[in-house]
Design a protein around this ligand. Sequence first.
Ligand SMILES: [Fe+2]
Length: 582
Amino acid sequence: MDSKRRRLVQAMAVGGAATWLAGCGGGDSSDSPAPSTGSPNQPDTPETPDPSEPPVARVDFNHGVASGDPLADRVILWTRVTPREETAAPIPVTVTVARDAALLDPVARFETQADAQHDFCVKQDATGLDAGRWYYFQFQVGDQRSPIGRTRTLPAADRFVDRARFAVVSCANISHGYFSVYKTLAEHGDLDFVLHLGDYLYEYGIGEYGDVPDRDPLPPHEMVSLEDYRQRHAQYKGDEDLQAVHRQYPMIVIWDDHESANDSYQGGAENHQPMTEGDWQTRKNIARRVYFEWMPIREQNPGDTATIYRRFQFGDLIDLSMLDTRLEGRDEPLSLPFDPARNDPERRLISDTQMDWLLEGLSASTARWRFIGQQVMFAQLNIAEIPSLNEHAPQLRGNLSAINMDQWDGYAADRLKILNHLDDNNIDNVVILTGDIHTSWASEIYRNPGSLLGDLFDAPLATEFVTPAVTSPGFPEGAAELAGVAIPVVNPHIRYVEAKSRGFILMDVNRQRAQAEFYYARDIESFDLRGQIDESKTKLVAVYSGDSRLREEGLRPSRPRTLRTALFHPPAPASASTEKMA
Ligand SMILES: [Fe+2]
């Protein structure tokens, strides 16, 4: 930016406020005239050094750009500035938001800064945007520019909306392979947003969990300190496929356990040893602080890095409640699968405050669908009666036992509270979206699935879809195949299990039905096969409005709405640009 315009912007937008330019406030991008001046690519005066101004820091944008937490009028924009020389001084950063991919039609500029206190991560809540629109954005330090990102606001809550499409992902351990799934999503032309249900990264050191060549974690040891967590986040944000998906779509994220440590809860974690790794509260606070630095998530209260449960309204079609079942209120997991303490009414997976917020939100919702995005499997899983079909049965039982008490099964009173609330208040069209266990599931949710009498008599209270992992492994060979057959036999409410393959769910939602499309990656260990889908494994499951029973017959993959998007809102370009303005 030339110095004259910088002074103008600073005068109009002190402290991160927006400067509104031509094209703001109405019409589609196609009918917004480009301003005759004011384009960041077309300086209206030649660059002339101003000796009264401090020199601009030399920086790089090595970690891409991202956006997240879209609302109808705003979205979080994120990048990380890497200073070429150590500096204690804050670095001024300009954020430009535009309707077009070349940023010729800017609608807002924001002045903010990068500083060491936040690891030079920059987050701008870009306010004052129009609902249900694509936008492009770019960060700038002096004449050095980030890659351009694309994002999208949600439709206004009171607006009739007939369709939504979004992807659901979780569990991306770098040491288990390439982020093929992210590449697939980045190349998909038609998503409203990406829902990330946690385990965005993992805490382990080299060789502790995964050993795919060239995918060793950084730092090489388990992340424990502030510097460790920052370095691990930085490594993940250096992955080209992760950068690609962040560049194209806003992401709605929640953490699971591995953003802090395996099987974490409010007061500790399986993979935290206080004797050698220090105080858990200190480590938990570090994990949450760095998460808020490096992820495009909005603080619910200024400076609050502990609260991630929050709600999104996608027109009148979807109310989406995102939960924190990990760090906010969870009691320590039980270790024995049939410990009667799991039914203790005092046992908590989420705090009473979060529970009240959830139940009140479900009651107040007037949208067609109520989605709940959360970490651990909600459906009951009966592992006592898994038959001993062959030599893999003990292996299967062992895998299931390991996850069982970490899920809602280990906190049965909290689950019952939600189901009673749905039933007592006749709340319908509830769809739960889950991650965490590196396997795919589609389940009907009943209060007591063990006493099912048959379709004529039993009406499910909700539906659950569990997304496969991006890379983290499911069940071992043999046990995985057995799981797909044996689990639905003794758990008739569980209609689909795929226990091995990596992939994602594409949710295609309209007024009549919510369709979960399970897509699986062809290969996650080959760099060259990134982005390819194994279509022979694709599975479609749908739930119809007013029903809650799962349907599998007669479904077809949904069609993208790409033509208009492709014409007017093409993907953000891949190339980074930190070149001096021409
Ligand atoms: Fe995971």
